[in-house]
Design a protein around this ligand. Sequence first.
Ligand code: NAG
Length: 220
Amino acid sequence: MKLTLATTLGFATTALTAAVPHTKRGAAISVTPHDSFSSSVGVLGCKINTDRVAYWPTPVSCAGVCVRVDAKGRSVFLLKIDTSGGAHDISYDAYNYLVTGQGAAENPIMGGPIEATYEDVDMSECAGLLSNANGKLGFAAANSMNFISSCPAGTWVGDNYSLFNIANSACTLGHDEECHLDLAVSNQPACPHMLGEQSELTTAPVWNKVYGTGVSVKGQ
Ligand SMILES: *[C@@H]1O[C@H](CO)[C@@H](O)[C@H](O)[C@H]1NC(C)=O
């Protein structure tokens, strides 16, 4: 029903995001560091811990976006909310932690791919990475409907998304206010300000840790 709806709304349907099977335990990958937050599905950097993100080749799944990566006897939980061209990138801070046991700000390193394993895990394992007070995953209301509408009720994302009137993943444009989607009324989210309005937003900065130094710089 949601997929039909997406067509009605004029969004490109991305049906395959809804039914990505969970990986078997401990699939082998080679991970590399990524130092600038982005999300192909419109997750807002100011609503999550951007030091714990996975940028992977597989589509973002409606069933859940929490993965556990193990390497060198350590593990991290990551939000898999972006797609890459082929690499298994993870946030620089998470990479730095797997290699050294310390964060990128404390002990920044540079390095190549490391051998790791990963598995999809229950979203409860990633609860601490969501900075939204309501425990939901925050999306940009104006440009995430393609993905959201591909996630049926009963999937984790379908039941646990929230929409904000913030226009970009770095949270520098828009209004930090919640929007509501009531499909009985409209196929567009309703927000206190006009949907997608691009005022300068300075209250919800997203910080990236620069590769090699661990210095925090504000995302653009
Ligand atoms: C949505 O999140 C709540 C609270 O974390 C959880 O109990 C529920 O199972 C989630 N919904 C789905 C479909 O996973």
